[in-house]
Design a protein around this ligand. Structure first.
Ligand code: ADP
Ligand code: MG
Length: 150
């Protein structure tokens, strides 16, 4: 089990945390990312995808809801459910199938589709400080995060 609270003093610290976490992901996992607009959810996802070998842009899928990344490690799906409303759309779009043993799903605003989502393997929450962020990580898994706070 992991319950961790850490201060991330700047964006570089968020990117560092992302790479530490990325190394501990396993195919099939679901990661929830909570926090207000501008808290750092997409920054963390971007850092994870780059750490997993993605080269190039990571744009926020605010309108498309999901963006796929075919990486050597796994196919990663980055969801942003901020604008999600319609449960029928979830089924029609086949999003259910995106959650499978070969994929990793990184989900911003999971509370917007709570009843449709599988449970999370790792839950991440950002609180905004005037200068920096507080990062909360919860998991049933034992995560090695000592090096996270640099
Ligand atoms: P979200 O996806 O949660 O809406 P974004 O990742 O798009 O947020 O934006 C977060 C903003 O906060 C970016 O401008 C980023 O540079 C900044 N940021 C990220 N991490 C930190 C941090 N630890 N301290 C201060 N600013 C940060
Ligand atoms: Mg975002």
């Amino acid at each position: 089990e992991t319950y961790s609270t850490q201060i991330l003093k700047d964006e570089a610290a968020t990117v560092h945390a992302a790479s530490v976490l990325a190394k501990q992901l396993q195919p099939g996992q679901v990661i929830y990312l909570h926090g207000d607009l501008g808290a750092g959810k997409t920054t963390l996802v971007r850092g994870m995808l780059h750490a997993l070998g993605h080269v190039g842009k990571v744009k926020s899928p605010t309108y498309t809801l999901v963006e796929p990344y075919m990486l050597p490690f796994a196919t990663c799906y980055h969801f942003d459910l901020y604008r999600f409303q319609d449960a029928e759309e979830w089924e029609a779009a086949g999003f259910r199938d995106y959650f499978n043993p070969a994929s990793v799903c990184l989900v911003e605003w999971p509370e917007r589709a709570a009843e449709l989502l599988p449970v999370a393997d790792i839950e991440i929450r950002f609180d905004i400080l005037p200068h920096g962020r507080v990062l909360h990580i919860t998991s049933q898994q034992a995560l090695a995060l000592e090096t996270l706070c640099q």
